[in-house]
Design a binder for this molecule. Structure first.
Ligand SMILES: Cc1ncc(C[n+]2csc(CCOP(=O)(O)OP(=O)(O)O)c2C)c(N)n1
Ligand SMILES: [Mg+2]
Length: 333
């Protein structure tokens, strides 16, 4: 069965290039997170909680590839693709998780409270949904500065039942701020299924309450996420206010590395296992003849090598000296 679509030669080249970029970053994110969750954590080299975006890679990758220079990203704990695309090298992310001096917080934090204001990445905030009004505030700042930039605000469906989330969306909409709100609806907030914490069927149903355009997107299709984010960002950049995208997906692992997720019924693992975003993109690339099977295999091997080297480099980075531990914790550094 062929799924090829008609396209001009230039357009075809662009699509192929975009698909290859999505594939590379999704494969890189999966490989880095596999090492974190399934190796380094189990070896005791990472302490504290470990959260990954397994099965959800298409969301941060497809959307962050839309971001332009000067756009602000506010990722959640399942959006490593955004860090990689923005230019944080894999070895520094691994150093961060292992608490080493070359991590983004210089070893002050064990895992994922990382950000880099030089790259316009606002650090993840642990209190769920607290990042949403921060994204709205960043968008307000962009407007004050006269910039044509947008903020991308990432969160899970569980966060949309918290007060901060509603305040953030309301404020952004009233002020017509340039924010793209990106929900990963992976159907669980830790062990709570979505239907147990929200009375509407979709997060997108919450958009009309704020007079905000809202769309449901196939969150396991990187190209669909890219396309939807491109449209939403163009809307926001054009001064038309915020936009809500609900990316339907599934968390193909526990809530965190210590959680075997026995509460998830087997049929969901089976059904969503067939929707793996990396395998789906690979199948599309082959069907559209954007890449040959050997090229895809070579890319996977390149990613594995790259991550082998990144792990080695991160492990060579020292732990911070105890005498320096208060440096940078308060505003004086
Ligand atoms: C205000 C608050 N309550 C509880 C937690 C603990 N917690 C961390 S992640 C999480 C689940 C989040 O679910 P969701 O928003 O759907 O995001 P997902 O992890 O599924 O991507 C919970 C309950 C927290 N960090 N902050
Ligand atoms: Mg969730």
């Amino acid at each position: 069965m062929s799924t090829t679509t008609e396209a001009r030669p230039g357009e075809r080249r662009e699509q192929a290039e975009l698909a290859r970029k999505c594939f590379y970053y999704m494969a890189l994110m999966r490989e880095v997170e596999d090492r974190i969750e399934r190796k380094l954590y189990r070896q005791g080299k990472i302490v504290g909680g470990v959260y990954v975006g397994r099965g959800q890679e298409a969301i941060s990758v497809g959307s962050a590839l839309v971001a332009e220079e000067g756009d602000v990203l506010c990722p959640s704990h399942r959006d490593m693709g955004a860090f990689l695309i923005r230019g944080v090298p894999a070895w520094r992310i691994l150093a961060q998780y292992m608490g080493r001096v070359d991590g983004l917080t210089r070893g002050r934090d064990g895992n994922m409270h990382m950000g880099d204001l030089k790259l316009n990445i606002i650090a993840i905030i642990s209190a769920l949904a607290a990042t949403v009004p921060v994204a709205a505030g960043a968008a307000l700042a962009l407007r004050y500065q006269g910039k044509k930039n947008v903020a991308l605000s990432y969160f899970g469906e569980g966060s949309t039942s918290l007060g901060h989330w509603h305040e953030g969306l309301n404020f952004a909409s009233v002020q017509k701020l340039p924010v793209v709100f990106l929900c990963n609806n992976n159907q669980y907030a830790y062990s709570t299924p979505a239907e147990a914490q929200m009375a509407c069927a979709n997060v997108a149903d919450r958009g009309p309450a704020y007079n905000m355009p809202a769309e449901i997107v196939d969150g396991n299709d990187a190209l669909a996420v890219y396309e939807a984010t491109r449209r939403a960002a163009a809307h926001a950049r054009g001064g038309n206010g915020p936009y809500l995208l609900e990316c339907k997906t599934f968390r193909m692992t526990g809530h965190s590395a210590h959680d075997a997720a026995h509460y998830v019924p087997q049929h969901l693992w089976d059904e969503w296992g067939k929707q793996d975003p990396i395998e789906r993109l690979e199948a599309r690339m082959l069907a559209e003849e954007w890449s040959a099977a050997e090229e895809i295999e070579a890319e996977r091997a390149r990613v594995r090598r790259e991550v082998d080297e990144a792990v080695e480099r991160a492990e060579r980075s020292p732990l911070p000296d105890a005498s320096t531990l208060l440096e940078g914790v308060y505003e004086n550094q």
